[in-house]
Design a protein around this ligand. Sequence first.
Ligand code: JHZ
Ligand code: ZN
Length: 415
Amino acid sequence: MSELNQNRASACRVCGAHLTAFMSFGRMPIANGFLKSEEIQSEYFFELAPAFCEPCGMFQLVEQPSPDKMFHGRYAFYSSTSRYMQVHFERFAQSVINGVLAGRADPFVVELGSNDGIMLRNFHACGVRHLGVEPSVNVAEVARGCGINTISAFFGRKLASHIEAEHGHADAILAANVMCHIPDLPGVADGVRRLLRPDGVFVFEDPYLGDMIAKTSYDQIYDEHVFIFSATSVKNAFAPHGLELVDVAPQKTHGGSMRYTLAPMDSRPATSAVDECLAREREQGLGRSETYVRFKQSCEASRARLMEMLNSLRREGRRVVGYGATSKSTTVTNYCGITPEHVEFISDTTPIKQGKLSPGAHIPVRPYDEFVRAFPDYALLFAWNHSDEIREKEQSFVAGGGRWIVYVPEVKVVS
Ligand code: JHZ
Ligand code: ZN
């Protein structure tokens, strides 16, 4: 697929059918493009507009910035910032070790988009042969520093052949919050099929379309997420490449995700969870365009309610601070029109984001200490997907009278 096609698709990236955006979130910067004030002049913008392909069921962006604008040596998202996510990936790894790898001699595991090694460290600790593929050099470097074998490259057919030639076929190929980032899904599917052993499995998880629609969590839509998957679209997208959807398992992470297990066609039986999930998606109307018209209306209503609240707090002179400079918050701040007048700063524990401005809205990102030093009246929970972990940690904020503003599944103040 040409670079041009990857950036702006008039045809579905999976089945080639004609694509039309059903809404636009407007002019959007790179979600993780935290910047210094002297970089404002050259900030890059594109139009964030999702489309739904009725023939194959794939939810996708019409336009996506080129991958090198998003994933590079200054990539701002380090997976290991959440303690809960560390536990999640330890369990994910254990399920693979005790599942498909059990009883195999010298198994080999490949992870696509292995970031700072949050998942592979568990295989490394058990002495399992592994390889991470991570194009963002800075996060890959953290993994290598912990002894995790990692190459910095984008995965596709060619790289799959190289890996196979050097290490042999993989018993398991894993990906978490990665597949939905890759525009050339057919190329990755072919690469996976080529690299996988005939009795191997490909297991990946990503934010789930069913949750996004049910909760109006439109902030899952940003440049990196070129696709938002469902079981229906995953089944349709991989079958032409010889990979069959054999299991699905809902996950709580990232505000509602789905774990998909695929295997070479007819190599293992599909669980009943697959048909059940496909039926639920039909009932939810995920295949119908009216669902997306309603989703657009829900996004608009959510935006209006959030701005009403932030404007009235501003009139009352309340201090509001953002919590978590997430990728998701770039969509929320830019789509809703949140400015530093509404949100004084965003607190974040990631050093590379601190001292910078949030993309597009230019709200200062400050170290966590500043949140603790002078608690605001309200904290706008941009990292709402980590709500349990954060609210457990921030009990003194609430005890001191602080309140959380959340906007998923609906805009409200909670203590
Ligand atoms: P978090 C990223 O999305 C980007 P983001 C990516 N595209 C993707 O798909 C998902 O992850 C998986 C901070 N924080 O996890 C750390 C605190 O400050 O919601 C992070 O900057 N204090 C790859 O960016 C941010 O919040 C805390 O206590 O939307 C959380 O980002 C915690 C728990 C986090 O992912
Ligand atoms: Zn399609």
